[in-house]
Design a protein around this ligand. Structure first.
Ligand code: HEC
Ligand code: HEC
Length: 273
């Protein structure tokens, strides 16, 4: 997998000159995601597997998605849609509101055997072998077993406030995030021009999603041409700080959970609206 990353990068560079890369397909066709450790890749697949693997999103609604719930189509195939960003299902942030399904969380499978989780993901309820190969499924199983945390230790369920130290978080933000997201979190716009969304407001509205992404990264994220010019005032990212096509890193092994929570507390204080 890691060799594949290096191979892919150099192949992409040679692709610019040769326009044909037979071995690129050999290397990466097997849906292996190519970034950092397996648990974080699994976390991004849990978030939105087709974005991470560059696949077409399913057009049907997941057969296990309750007919009484409010969503439909591709989004119902995201693990987070039924089990939550906090892995707590109907007992967590999705206990009410537009994402409510009544389905339980996945914390009972923390530390579980990968084979048992794989069996679950391909059972008649889940049916993920319709879209994902064994390798991708195994990465998701690795996340379920090793990547989960109890988010209620970091985020208050009702007030949504993170209980970290924002002063320490500010330093971490400067070190790990600001060169892409900007000093106020406004250099990358996740919404549209008319309805922009920035890091601070997102961290206040959905701290569970942001903590999941701090740990695992954002699926398929890259500093592409659009991102390099996104954000407030169309500010340009400086190429001496950010590489073209650089993906968002995952902090799961880089920072402790305490530090990740400190970072979240700081994000919740970013001034932008
Ligand atoms: C459309 C809804 C839906 C989606 C999407 C979904 N699941 Fe599930 N999942 C369920 C249902 C329903 C159950 C069974 C819950 C029960 O037994 O009450 C379940 C059970 C589980 C369990 C066992 C929980 C327990 O304690 O018994 C795990 C682990 C799990 N799912 C992981 C995943 C993962 C990983 C994904 C994404 C690849 C995923 N699920 C996607 C509906 C979904
Ligand atoms: C190398 C650049 C880079 C770095 C460093 C980086 N990010 Fe990102 N981040 C991105 C890109 C690119 C996206 C996807 C934006 C898009 O889709 O346009 C993203 C998306 C996100 C999202 C998801 C927004 C959404 O739409 O759901 C969050 C949350 C986030 N980043 C937080 C952070 C935090 C916190 C840090 C520091 C630990 C960080 N990022 C570091 C590039 C970066």
């Amino acid at each position: 997998m890691f060799n594949c990353l290096r191979q892919r990068t150099s192949l992409l560079i040679s692709a610019l000159f040769l326009f044909s890369t037979p071995s690129l397909a050999d290397c990466c066709r097997d849906q292996s995601a190519t970034r950092d450790n397996p648990t974080a890749i699994g976390g991004r697949l849990y978030d939105k597997w087709w974005a991470e693997l560059d696949l077409t999103a399913p057009s049907i609604t997941h057969p296990a998605y309750p007919t009484t719930a409010k969503n439909s189509g591709a989004t119902t195939w995201r693990c987070k849609e039924c089990h939550g960003w906090d892995y707590a299902g109907a007992e967590g942030a999705y206990r009410k509101g537009s994402h409510f399904t009544g389905i339980k969380g996945i914390s009972a499978y923390k530390g579980e055997d990968l084979a048992r989780i794989n069996a679950l993901l391909t059972d008649t309820t889940h049916q993920y072998d319709r879209f994902l190969n064994k390798h991708a499924l195994n990465l998701i199983a690795t996340f379920v077993s090793e990547g989960q945390i109890n988010m209620s230790n970091s985020i208050d369920l009702n007030s949504k406030k993170a209980n970290g130290n924002a002063i320490i978080g500010q330093e971490l933000y400067g070190e790990y995030c600001s060169r892409c997201h900007g000093d106020e979190g406004e250099d990358l716009n996740f919404g549209s021009k008319l309805k922009p969304e920035y890091l601070g407001p997102l961290a206040r509205r959905n701290p569970w999603e942001v903590l999941h992404k701090i740990r695992n990264g954002h699926p398929g994220s890259k500093m592409g041409p659009k991102q390099m010019h996104s954000g407030n005032n169309m500010r340009r990212h400086h190429l001496d700080k950010v590489r073209m096509n650089e993906p968002m890193p995952a902090m799961i092994k880089k920072l402790t959970l305490k530090q990740q929570t400190d970072l979240l507390s700081y994000l919740q204080k970013l001034e932008s609206e």
